[in-house]
Ligand binder design. Structure first.
Ligand code: ATR
Length: 282
């Protein structure tokens, strides 16, 4: 092993429950790479100094999570095109003192979905619930991967409209207020994606949309992975729909960051196994 350890990690607040250190350290060990990954609690006012610390300490790179994904863009030297289109950075790579920002969330989502759905995205009609930061990453990457149409349904109409307008440069898109979406009949779509936090532990009985919209021709995807199967996914399975949970997105966004830092293919199955074991124990 090379004697110089390369440091990576995650900047966020809070980060105490992050599974990224487990996932990345498992991957580094499996490939015998002399890298290590830590969780760094960075408060809101401290982000600029923390980013300067990447250069000062010679870190290879970091992930950036809530609440810093947008603000961090102000402190970087270069921003990759897709991160700019999404409007957020979740991965920084330090190339000899030049800090480059990427966003691996959207691509991580698309990789995970295509791996599990095994159906071409081209021509698919998509309904996205929510219009926040998580929705933006997923929606931009999907919009660029050939889907036919994206409807953004959000509690507040303004944010739905704003995101749909942004997506219109790549795909047919419109925004709708969630309360105006017809929830009394099967949804006219191929893919329904929940990007809101509704249904996340501890509120596991909550569901972001009426089960009346679910049907057996639908793929239902939830970005939540705690619990692994939300009430939405459980109801979708009962309606005969295929389901996709948020674990794959988490693993693949990490794998894409790992590949940027190390230049090596990530051991995706091992990373998934480590996180799954941890989730099932906790
Ligand atoms: P994130 O980065 O996780 O997407 P966010 O940017 O705060 O977080 O966005 C949260 C999204 O979940 C928003 O679309 C929010 O709807 P509003 O724009 O109307 O606030 C949606 N959301 C959160 N709680 C919700 C609830 N109880 N019912 C419906 N939508 C909800």
């Amino acid at each position: 092993m090379d004697s110089k350890t390369l440091f990576t990690g995650v900047f966020g607040f809070p980060v105490g429950h992050s599974m990224s250190p487990l996932m990345h350290n498992t991957a580094f060990a499996a490939l015998e790479l002399n890298y290590t990954y830590g969780a760094f609690e960075v408060e809101k006012g401290a982000l600029k100094k923390a980013v300067e610390g990447i250069r000062a300490l010679g870190f290879r790179g970091v992930n950036v999570t809530i609440p810093h994904k947008v603000e961090v863009m102000d402190y970087l030297d270069e921003i990759d095109e897709e991160a700019r289109q999404i409007g957020a950075v979740n991965t920084i790579v330090n190339e000899n003192g030049t800090l480059i920002g990427y966003n691996t969330d959207g691509q991580g989502y698309v990789r995970s979905l295509t791996e599990e759905w095994n159906t071409p995205l081209k021509g698919k009609k998509v309904v996205i619930l929510g219009a926040g930061g998580a929705a933006r990453g997923v929606a931009v990457s999907l919009a660029k991967s050939g889907v036919a149409e994206i409807i953004v349904a959000n509690r507040s109409f303004d944010k739905a409209h704003e995101l749909a307008t942004h997506l219109s440069q790549w795909v047919g898109s419109r925004g709708v207020a969630l309360e105006h979406l017809d929830q009394t009949k099967p949804l006219d779509a191929d893919l329904l994606i929940n990007t809101t936090s509704v249904g996340m532990s501890p509120h596991v009985a909550h569901i972001p949309i009426s089960p009346a919209v679910l049907h057996d021709q639908l793929m239902v995807s939830d970005l939540i992975y705690n619990p692994l199967y939300t009430e939405l996914l459980t109801q979708a399975q009962q309606a005969g729909a295929r389901v996709h949970n948020g674990l794959g997105m988490f693993i693949h966004q990490g794998a894409l960051a790992f590949e940027r830092w190390t230049g090596q293919a990530a051991p995706v199955s091992l990373m998934k196994e480590a996180v799954l074991q941890f989730l099932q124990k906790s």
